[in-house]
Write a protein that binds this ligand. Structure first.
Ligand SMILES: [Mn+2]
Length: 381
């Protein structure tokens, strides 16, 4: 007997990238496509590894989109196991938004510490463990929760661990990671991870590990990986404790590109992009970020880009003149240098740095107090 599930992640429902209404709809559409792939593959259940919503207090529209899909899954008797990503974790005492839909069979696991459930599908039991995103001050807790997750699952055969953290050696700088690969328990059949938006998979211990990545492009940093591998979801089969995974592409994700060029070549590069990716562009107009370096006739370029209005959505072009380039590229080695350079005011830079440091850990009252203190409204405690 085999257990089959769909692993999706980082759907960021409600994200309205660049304040564009069509981008908000795109995120809903790629989410719906992911859900329908799972239904077509007749999975036993769904796993979502966090950042379901883009904000912890999503808009009613985002809640409705999620609810509608979950009603369908309920009707088809497909349970959903998930955890909170950093975007889902309430910034003050509150419920995770997804938990509003517990009556539809949504299970949000491990809100403050590791938690598990054992579910039976056909003749197979499967151990499903989860730990919601922990960051900043709670890193040591995370490491001990991973140890706990490893030891509790020791004698199980079919097992899945759901987690939303940065793990080293998956193409992200170590500063962006809370844990190293060695800290992740390697005795699970499958490690269902979220947080990094680019797809990757690996073997960790005896486990098959994967970041399925986001279902849509949340930032221009994801474009290179998107052009190489597209966005997708993971179809996972577990049989006799061994996981195998198939990567299934999402076709609804809108094509994006970033073109960094100069005033002499931009027109050619736009046409190159259109011909190179013509078979992948689909029915949605691609969204293109264009960066033009050097002195240029800005109004003429803006007018030229309008010729493409039927084929491409351009963001307002970014013009990088020699003067700007010099100013934005001082020798900046630390976040504090960046902030001083940006604000040109040590006091403001100091405040911004404090906020940055604190948002790596607990968010809330302490930041508010600090801001009031710096603004002379109240002495910080
Ligand atoms: Mn995310």
């Amino acid at each position: 007997m085999m257990v089959r599930f769909l692993h999706l992640s980082d759907t960021h429902l409600g994200n309205r990238q660049y304040m564009m209404p069509e981008r908000e709809l795109d995120f809903y559409e790629s989410f719906r496509e992911a859900i329908s792939i799972g239904l077509e593959e007749n999975v036993d259940f769904f796993v979502h590894s966090g950042d379901l919503f883009d904000f912890w207090n999503p808009s009613n529209q985002a809640l409705k989109e999620f609810r509608d899909s979950m009603i369908t899954l309920r009707e088809k008797n497909k349970p959903v196991f998930m955890i909170m990503g950093d975007h889902d974790r309430p910034k003050r005492k509150d419920y995770p938004a997804a938990q509003l839909f517990d009556f539809l069979g949504i299970r949000v696991l491990g809100k403050d510490s590791f938690e598990h459930t054992v579910q039976r599908f056909g003749s197979e039991d499967i151990f499903i463990g989860g730990i919601s995103n922990l960051k900043g001050f709670s890193k040591p807790l995370l490491i001990s929760e991973y140890q706990k997750a490893g030891s509790i699952a020791r004698d199980t055969r079919n097992s899945v661990l759901i987690s939303h953290q940065g793990v080293t050696n998956f193409g992200f700088p170590d500063e962006a990671c809370e844990v190293t690969r060695e800290m992740v328990p390697g005795n699970y059949s499958y490690l269902a991870f979220g947080h990094f938006h680019n797809f990757s998979k690996a073997k960790i211990g005896d486990s098959l590990f994967s970041y399925p990545g986001s279902t849509d492009i949340n930032s221009t940093n994801e474009i290179d990986s998107f052009l190489k591998t597209g966005k997708g979801v993971n179809l996972v089969d577990i049989e006799k404790g061994e996981a195998t995974m198939q990567r299934l592409p999402l076709v609804s994700t809108r094509m994006q590109a970033k073109i960094s060029t100069d005033p002499d070549r931009y027109a050619q590069e736009i046409d190159n992009f259109l011909s190179q990716y013509s078979d992948r562009i689909g029915s949605k107009k691609p969204l293109v970020t264009i960066e033009i370096r050097g002195d240029s006739d800005k109004p003429a370029i803006r007018r030229y880009l309008e010729n493409y209005s039927e084929k491409i959505i351009f963001r307002p072009p970014i013009f990088i003149t020699a003067a700007v380039e010099k100013e934005s590229r001082p020798n900046l080695n630390s976040i504090m240098d960046y902030l001083r350079n940006y604000f040109k005011d040590d006091n403001l830079a100091d405040l911004a740095n404090n906020i940055y440091q604190m948002t790596q850990g607990e968010v809330g009252e302490s930041i508010y107090q600090d801001i009031k203190g710096k603004m002379g409204l109240e002495t910080p405690k």
